[in-house]
Design a protein around this ligand. Structure first.
Ligand code: ATP
Ligand code: MG
Ligand code: MG
Ligand code: MG
Length: 473
């Protein structure tokens, strides 16, 4: 009888038991009359040992020794605990003494890189950025496949224990997001990604032909989530879905397609109600990862060492003006009514960490002029708005605001932004039949995971990154 066992379940507790495991062959090393083979499955590895004797013939050793790396194999054997730690890559205290070994599928193509190399611990974080950075444009122009083999062969790259862990953590962020909002009576929505005209406008929109009519890919679920929450009376909605932006530059924090975690809610008296939900949501997510993903965090750390992100509960809140003042106090010129550059956001992150001991905080009351047309102006200072950004390790992860629910003001603000009301007719129309006061925000999933793990490049937290030079795999 076959006792199938997951690799991560093979512990000293199973010593003496006969089990069968399936995994990728990472390395094979023939030594004298035996062979060592490192098996890998998900986030775990296991040393498999086969020496000529009772249960292993010399033919079997020859067969194993000739298998190509990354073949999928089934191995049956007896769990044993070697007295001295094995010198192979694994730190594991157990190994499997083979009784039967067979290839389910042999790997057929030469590997573009060695998995051992792809699993190398990163010592210099900044120097490692190049590994995942985009192909040089001139290289692509020449039709080259690009030097960034790990992204070209992403299915192999994703096999490393660290990558297995990163995407299990990312999955957990999505689950915690949904879990928390459902517990707060939010309804999950699915808004269209193909939308008419240049709805939200701007140059970073992908356009397409929709049966002869111009259409575009949604740059956020903004308009429809407002429609459902405020105008259709759902009051509390959220969505997890793709967001498309033709970001025409290669940065370490932008993708052309990313996953937006969005929410929108009716408010009774003040947009502080939204901020409270957002703060509680993030703390729930961060606590949740720390509590539920201990193994995954350890796997990431083994390859990409990082310090835990410092965060406080209650979450630190600053006004935009206070943030600008902190920069000026540090000798950095920043006007209260001008937008923050990425560089200044990072500097402010450093200052806030020094002063308040947190790497997670938010600022509200941004200048009205730097926010989208649907943002609610501040009742007291018309140059400010009821809007906010959240930051992790000095980088933006969320933007949100109270939105305008009064149709005439909405139209007036659109016009002031140079948006033709004809282009957003149904959106404007939806507010003419009564709408709840409301607010919300949009989070970038890949960015949250990148910053939580302090990874240097957003490509590392996107399953199959889409950047200006990359459309495959
Ligand atoms: P940035 O200032 O970094 O360009 P943004 O202000 O243009 O971001 P928003 O429109 O506020 O972005 O989108 C909400 C969130 O979506 C951002 O806070 C960020 O987490 C994420 N995000 C925005 N653009 C991208 C992108 N190109 N790739 C990945 N995530 C993104
Ligand atoms: Mg942007
Ligand atoms: Mg921004
Ligand atoms: Mg923003």
């Amino acid at each position: 009888e076959t006792v199938w066992t997951e690799l991560n379940q093979v512990t000293p507790a199973l010593q003496g038991k006969n089990i069968t495991v399936r995994g990728f062959v990472q390395t094979i090393r023939v030594v004298g009359k035996g062979v060592f083979c490192l098996l890998r499955s998900k986030m775990s590895t296991l040393q498999v040992v086969c020496f000529e004797g009772k249960s292993c013939s010399s033919a079997m050793i020859k067969y194993i020794g000739a298998l190509p790396a990354e073949s999928v194999v089934d191995v049956t054997g007896v769990v044993s605990c070697p007295e001295t730690p094995i010198e192979a890559a694994t730190q594991s205290l157990v190994e499997l003494q083979v009784t039967s070994f067979h290839a389910v599928v042999k790997s057929q193509a030469a590997l573009p890189f060695q998995m051992e190399d792809a699993c190398q611990k990163v010592v210099d974080r900044e120097a490692d950025v190049g590994e995942y950075f985009e192909d040089a444009p001139e290289e692509v122009a020449r039709g080259g496949v690009g030097r960034h083999l790990r992204l070209d062969y992403r299915w192999l790259d994703l096999r490393t224990p660290a990558n297995q862990a990163i995407f299990r953590i990312e999955s957990m962020v999505g689950q915690l997001f949904r879990e928390y909002l459902v517990s707060q009576n939010f309804v999950e929505i699915h808004t269209p990604k193909i939308i008419g005209g240049a709805s939200e406008g701007g140059s970073d929109v992908f356009t397409l032909d929709y049966f002869g009519r111009p259409a575009c890919l949604a740059m956020s679920p903004q308009l429809h989530k407002q429609m459902t929450a405020a105008c259709s009376g759902f009051e509390r909605v959220f969505e997890s879905g793709p967001v498309f932006r033709a970001e025409d530059s290669n940065t370490r924090r932008h993708l052309c397609e990313f996953t937006g975690l969005d929410l929108e809610m009716a408010i009774q008296e003040h947009y502080d109600e939204v901020l409270q939900v957002l703060c509680d949501l993030f703390v729930y997510i961060f606590d949740g990862i720390n509590e539920r993903c201990a193994v995954e965090l350890e796997r990431v750390r083994e390859q990409y060492p990082f310090q835990n992100m410092k965060y406080l509960n209650p979450v630190l809140k600053l006004t935009y003006a206070e943030g600008c003042q902190l920069l000026r106090d540090a000798g950095i010129a920043q006007d209260d009514y001008e937008d923050l550059s990425t560089e200044h956001e990072k500097k402010l992150g450093d200052i806030v960490l020094q002063k308040y001991g947190t790497e997670f905080y938010f600022m509200d009351k941004y200048p009205l002029s730097v926010r989208p047309f649907y943002t609610m102006p501040d009742a007291e200072n018309p140059k400010l708005s009821n809007s906010y950004d959240f930051f992790m390790r000095g980088q933006e992860i969320l933007s949100g605001a109270q939105r305008i629910h009064e149709p005439n003001l909405l139209e007036e603000r659109a016009t002031a932004h140079g948006i033709d009301s004809k282009d957003i007719e149904s959106y404007l129309q939806s507010f003419r039949h009564g709408a709840f006061p409301h607010g919300g925000g949009g989070i970038g999933l890949e960015r949250v995971v990148m910053l939580f793990l302090n990874l240097p490049n957003i490509r590392q937290t996107s399953w199959f990154p889409r950047t200006p030079n990359r459309l495959a795999p």
